[in-house]
Structure formats: C-alpha cells, structure tokens
Design a protein around this ligand. Sequence first.
Ligand code: SAM
Length: 280
Amino acid sequence: MADLNTLPPLRDVADRHGLRACRSLGQNFLFDENLLERIAGFGGDLTNAHVIEIGPGPGGLTRALLRAGAQRVTALEKDWRCVAALQELSQVSGGRLEIIEGDVLETDLPRLCTQPPVIAGNLPFNIATEVLIQLVESGMPIDRMLLMFQKEVGHRIAAQPGSRSYGRLSVLVQWLCTVETCLEVPAQAFVPAPKVSASVLCITPRQTPLYPAQIASLRAVTKAAFGQRRKTLRNSLGAAFDDPVKALEAVGIRPDLRAEKVDIEGFCALAREHAMHRPN
Ligand code: SAM
C-alpha cells in the first residue's frame, strides 16, 4: 500500500478519477509537486496546526501540507468528483485528513475547528476576494492564511499608498492583517493554464486593528473615495459626508488629494469622523 511518499503522480490521480477541469468551479489544478511543496513551506511550522484547506481539488496542496507535517487537515471541496481522489489520500494520512464536501461560502468555518486554524488554498479566482473579505471581517480567530490569488488581486491586497493597485481591498485587509507576498506562480504551472498568473500571499490577522475605526464607516469612506478614484477627495467623498471638505479638514487631510494618496491611518481618521456624524 502506498504511503504519503509513494503516491502516484497527481496527473494520474486526476485522470483515473475523471477530473477534467470544470471552468464554472474555477478549476485550474497544480500538479508540480516541487512547487506545491514550496507553497506549503510558506505556511511555516504546521506540526501543531489545524489547516482548513479550501478547494483541494485532486489534492496536490493537500499532499504537500500533510508531508509538511500538518497535525490535522480539513479539506473543504465543492466538487463531489474530487472526493474519491481525496479519500485515497485520507487513507494514507494517518488519520490527519478529513474531507468535507461543501461550499466555502455557505460553510460555518468556526464550527470546523477547536483552535485558530491555518487557512490554506489555491482558491478559484472568481470567489477568492469574497472568501478573503468574509474571513477577515468575520472576526473568526485565525492563526494565518496561505492563499493564492490572481496576480493582479494579490498586488491590490498588498499595495501601498501611492501605487496604482492601492484601493479599498488594500485598506480593509491591511487594517486587519499583515500581508506578505510569498511567491508568484506563472499561468503555465496550472492545468489548464488560466489567462493570468497567480500570487501566493501569507495573510496574518492582527491582534487588534491597526488604528481604531468602525468597520461600517471604514467601508463607507473607502467605497466613496475609491469608487471615484480619479476625483479629488473633496468631490469623491460626497457619498459619505454632507460636507466632505469640513470632514477632511477636521482630520488634517488635504481636500485636493486623491484617495490613492491617503494611508490607512488617514482612512481610519475619516471613518471615525464618519461614525461621529452618521452613527450606525
Ligand atoms: N487546490 C487544487 C490545486 O491546487 O490543484 C485545486 C485548485 S482550483 C483553482 C480551485 C478548487 O476549488 C477546485 O477544486 C474547485 O472545485 C474548488 N471550489 C470552487 N468553488 C468552491 C467553493 N465555493 N467552495 C469550495 N471549493 C470550491
């Protein structure tokens, strides 16, 4: 009987289980086990970790996480066709792999764990941002996240003020988490190859948000400011404040700036101003 180190190639597993990639499920598989091992390595020491893997597919990253010594892996997969392939892996996992057939967007993740988990996944590009926002805004205790995104989305998450990629996603995620770009993965590494390449990010929730603010107000001011990012703040913030210039002056931000020049501290100050005048 095979063990974790003598498993058949992933491509053979996918073929044997008829796992032809399905576009509507965002399926672009990784079969290169050296690359998968590198990705798992960015998760750090997993020996005491409960990993929740979202979208394991035929199980490439799952194998790598188990080989990296993860104490426990819960693999959550929407495509029932992948479950049989994953069950084979479960049999050689020494009881460390549990498979759940389900949709991450409808699953109560906190119920799956008894300790803050490591969340890992090569997510389908079409739901990756939604999954990330749900995770970071849920307040669910999470140890760290090792997630793959379309490269351009990865840039937006990690972007700094002043860059073209800097926007709402950068502010909201970095307010709550530290973000590190670990690796870029070329499109040709996937089967089938998508049109764009990908980035692996390590995203670690902060103990407390970077600056005080209410999330609803931070959402409102960033939505207004970046919704019309080519306009100056005096013009774009009309959707969030009755008198944008007064609000900007109250927090010491020049009204002739554009949103991309305002750092997270500035947006949090604006959010506090918003909350004072428009309590939720
Ligand atoms: N991790 C595998 C790999 O690297 O080869 C597969 C990655 S593939 C980009 C995304 C996986 O997520 C697919 O297996 C797909 O079926 C699964 N998936 C898609 N939507 C999902 C959802 N809403 N909930 C859970 N899994 C989902």
